[in-house]
Design a protein around this ligand. Sequence first.
Ligand code: ADP
Ligand code: MG
Length: 260
Amino acid sequence: MSRIEVEAVTVARGGRAIVNEVNLELEGGQLVALIGPNGAGKSTLLSVLAGLLRPDGGTARLDGTALPAFDRRELARVRAYLPQNPRAEWPVSVERLVALGLLPQLPAFGGLPEAMRARVATALEAADLTAHRDQPATTLSGGELARAMLARALVGDPAVLLVDEPLAGLDPRHALDGMIRLRALADQGKLVVASLHDLTLAARYATQVAVMSDGKLVASGPTAQTLTPALLRQVFEVEACVAGAGTATATVDFVPRSPL
Ligand code: ADP
Ligand code: MG
């Protein structure tokens, strides 16, 4: 099973540490919800974990190998990374966009092997996009595009999946579907790290929660123990009500500190 070890990782930008001495250990079987306010450093940390950003201090290792030293093709096979707000840059069909997720496994020449076509079809179906398969990806709605991009990240069946706000803009059914699929992958032994703002979904489906604030990792651990009203109040600066964290019917709600 895959393992990521983060030791004293620091990323400095604009004269400050936007990721500040973060220590974290993650392993296969976990669905880790990375939460925290805007600007906390979640996306920056995820790009370090993805091996796309070399930290200014500390080390991040995947299965014992420092991420910047990983063979690029091997890394692309082992982990998928979905950036925040991904865009379709040119008008390929939705089916081809999803098939791009198989690129690291593709033979260098020739058509798409039959087994890969079947995987693309399965990924499209799971994302509820079969009816859109021939549509130019540039014409999808925001939520449909987000589902297509998640399908592209999942189609290669990576051991490690790093997804940055994968549910942003999804309607309730598709957000639930997406989160349930991420949890199912963790239950199969994959390591899934997802930055999320929907804390109810995090409370229901994440096995672990990692909480960032102002570049620092302020808490991490099993969802039921970590996602407490006191912590959410401290980090998000609003009153939080948490019910049943770590169970299938959990809810997290926020109320303003002073009435209107
Ligand atoms: P999050 O994903 O938690 O919202 P980010 O990781 O995207 O946060 O960003 C963390 C902080 O770092 C933000 O305040 C952002 O404005 C800042 N930041 C990111 N890149 C740079 C940069 N190149 N120069 C200055 N500040 C940056
Ligand atoms: Mg972000």
